[in-house]
Design a protein around this ligand. Structure first.
Ligand SMILES: [Zn+2]
Ligand SMILES: [Zn+2]
Length: 266
């Protein structure tokens, strides 16, 4: 059963030198679909250049993963020019490309809270886009899990997606799942001090999807080096161990969750 990296930034310049090898390693490790969350206008074109979906008429015999684009403005890119950034993302969303989610969007109060209010506004605006276009959203939260949940509650039943890089409590996990979202699990699950090791067995597999967030959050034993989609295999192995389940079952269920519960691809 193939694996999916639901969240990876391999369009960033740190992959320029060896992107073909990165994609080859992903494919050889069983990752056959990759989803690219957007950041801001600095990188939207790079993201689209790398995207390659079966919709583009690609030969399915190609030995490389399909690469699916998302569009949105990351909360860390919500600054004084945020209205312009939103306008640009909206134009991309309407440029005829098929996007698979609005993302990544959300709230980040870790680095900077100067534009806290504008982050809320941009989050709301982009959720409205997703509802209008019938797309899922990919939510980024940092030091803002509670606030993100509160925002999503306002749209309960109208929106679904992924709460990416989830690392909250069991109670938060349950709330997010009740709102119709999957939890994005990645390299953090392999860290010894991660609370996920206790939370995961209690929430089960049915609302879990895998992600690398490459180049960040590299799993053990490669921690400290650049992350890449091939490492999804390590995440799957670790989650299987934590949950005391077989690798094949974890791979199959998380892949089906991503395809059917989130991205609507059959
Ligand atoms: Zn993120
Ligand atoms: Zn990300």
């Amino acid at each position: 059963m193939p694996l999916i990296d639901t969240h990876t930034h391999i369009y960033l310049s740190g992959f320029d030198a060896d992107i073909a090898a990165v994609l080859d390693r992903a494919y050889r490790n069983g990752i056959d679909k990759i989803f690219l969350p957007a950041i801001d206008s600095e990188t939207h074109d790079r993201l689209l250049t790398l995207s390659l979906t079966p919709d583009d008429g690609r030969q399915t015999t190609d030995k490389r993963p399909s690469i699916y684009p998302m569009m949105g403005v990351h909360p860390c890119s919500i600054k004084e020019n945020y209205k312009e950034e939103l306008d640009i993302a909206w134009r991309y969303l309407n440029n005829g490309t098929r996007y698979y989610a609005v993302g990544e969007i959300g709230l980040d109060f870790y680095w900077d809270v100067t534009y806290r209010q504008q982050q809320f506004e941009a989050f709301d605006t982009q959720i409205a886009w997703a509802i209008e276009k019938g797309l899922p959203i990919v939510v980024h939260s940092r030091k803002s899990t509670y606030e993100c949940i509160e925002v999503l509650k306002k749209h309960k039943g109208k929106i679904n997606g992924i709460f990416h890089c989830f690392s909250g409590s069991l109670e938060e996990a349950k709330e997010i799942i009740k709102l119709g979202f999957c939890l994005g699990i990645g390299g953090v699950a392999t860290y010894k001090n991660s609370g996920l090791r206790e939370v995961l067995p209690q929430i089960g597999l049915s609302n879990i999807v895998f992600e690398t967030d490459a180049p960040y959050l590299t799993p053990v034993p490669h921690r400290g080096k650049r992350n890449e989609p091939a490492h999804i295999k390590l995440v799957c192995e670790e989650v299987a161990k934590i949950m005391r389940l077989g690798y094949a079952e974890v791979a199959e269920t998380t892949t089906q969750n991503a395809l059917l519960k989130v991205f609507n691809i059959t």
